[in-house]
Design a protein. Structure first.
Length: 183
């Protein structure tokens, strides 16, 4: 991909890395087949190839907007597009650069920033999440209908008997940060 990055980005280490990634993309479209947001929405701007163009525009000096941020935010960062890319485009790294740029150019409203900060403080911490989930279940009857429906009741604990035979294989399962509480 031909690029004409601004001087500020060409001098910046992240800009240089982004330019290398941009130049590696040959627009083949293989990424479209593996991108879940493109499969669901069918919009080129919601595909890795479309987001690469949006990030390229940011790096070339065009001002980003809420619309640009919307398309970058829709990416799940699953990076499945990287596995099918014959050119080896490290899309995840380029997306990080693009998201950082758009946050500087088109800052989110204060309410969204506060919500995102709260999620970053709560979701990775299983203890905090469990405490807040328990609090939500305790006040659930007092909540308005729509909010009440969003707070799940505590599921009945199910006891699964141990298998009669000893398993021949072992598997390591990672609980994740909030899965035990949600389960």
């Amino acid at each position: 991909m031909q690029t004409q990055l601004t001087e500020a980005f060409r001098a910046d280490r992240a800009g240089q890395a982004a330019e290398r990634i941009l130049r590696a993309c040959v627009h083949c479209g293989f990424c479209l087949a593996t991108c879940p947001t493109y499969q669901l929405l069918g919009s080129e701007l919601d595909s890795p190839r479309g987001r690469i163009y949006l990030i390229k525009q940011l790096l070339e000096g065009q001002t980003g907007s809420e619309r640009t941020r919307l398309h970058l935010d829709r990416c799940l960062t699953c990076r499945s597009c990287e596995t099918t890319c014959p050119s080896g485009v490290t899309y995840g790294h380029l997306l990080d650069v693009g998201r950082e740029l758009i946050e500087r150019q088109a800052p989110r409203p204060p309410g969204q920033r506060l919500l995102r900060r709260g999620l970053r403080l709560v979701l990775p911490e299983a203890g905090r999440f469990a405490l807040l989930a328990a609090l939500g279940r305790a006040v659930r009857p007092l909540l308005p209908g729509k909010l009440r429906a969003a707070v799940p009741e505590r599921p009945a604990l199910t006891h699964y008997p141990a298998p009669a035979t000893r398993p021949t294989r072992r598997v390591l399962l990672l609980d994740g940060c909030v899965q035990p509480t949600l389960r």
